[in-house]
Ligand binder design. Structure first.
Ligand SMILES: Cc1cc2nc3c(=O)[nH]c(=O)nc-3n(C[C@H](O)[C@H](O)[C@H](O)COP(=O)(O)O)c2cc1C
Length: 176
């Protein structure tokens, strides 16, 4: 399978490296698309070390295929956004395409999976909950965040689901 792993600006962004490695170990060709915020949490170099030439974080990078967003959308079987920030979920739910990842999503004709990760108050915010419900209603698969200790030492729902569970969901035959 060919997949795009979208990484957005959550403190859980480092966990996406584990997700990438798991897909690769199973032989799946994985391209990483990071938001600008994601690059503040983890360096593109970390992903590029495992996926050389397959890590992108800009829409308008000099020398880059100008139609990368369309090519990735057309060539990939699955788009997984993990972690999915509240902001990225909002963009996806509203058709906003102002960076590479949200644009790939807009152009993506096949299966899309999102794994939210955020503070529990953000997850409980009615706007975020509504955006997730709208995505679900359009066939986007949402992997529920886990409950447990959060970055600010609170406990609650908001932790990125386990890498193993996310990968198993994506590779599972039964979905939606
Ligand atoms: C230390 C820190 C941790 C953050 N963690 C999260 C998070 O886990 N989930 C989230 O939705 N936003 C989180 N944010 C806020 C996002 O990074 C911010 O909304 C950003 O604009 C998201 O951009 P993106 O969706 O383009 O990646 C965090 C911000 C900071 C400074």
């Amino acid at each position: 399978m060919r997949l795009v792993l979208g990484v957005s600006g959550s403190i859980a962004a480092y966990k996406a490296v584990d997700i990438l490695r798991r897909f690769q170990k199973d032989g799946h060709e994985t391209t990483v698309v990071m938001t600008a915020a994601a690059t503040r949490f983890i360096a593109p170099l970390t992903f590029a070390t495992f996926a050389p030439g397959r890590v992108y974080s800009e829409m308008f990078a000099p020398g880059q295929d100008p139609l990368l967003h369309i090519r990735l959308a057309q060539e990939s079987d699955l788009l997984l956004v993990a972690p999915a920030s509240a902001d990225m979920i909002g963009k996806m739910a509203n058709g906003i395409a102002d960076d590479l990842l949200s644009t790939v999503f807009c152009a993506f004709p096949r299966r899309v999976v999102v794994a939210p990760a955020m503070n529990r108050h953000m997850l409980e915010n009615p706007a975020v909950a509504d955006n997730l419900a709208r995505l679900r209603g359009r066939g986007v698969e949402v992997i529920e965040a886990d409950e447990g200790p959060l970055a600010n030492l609170e406990t609650g729902r908001g932790r990125l689901a386990d890498a193993e569970a996310i990968v198993a969901h994506c590779l599972g035959a039964a979905h939606v």
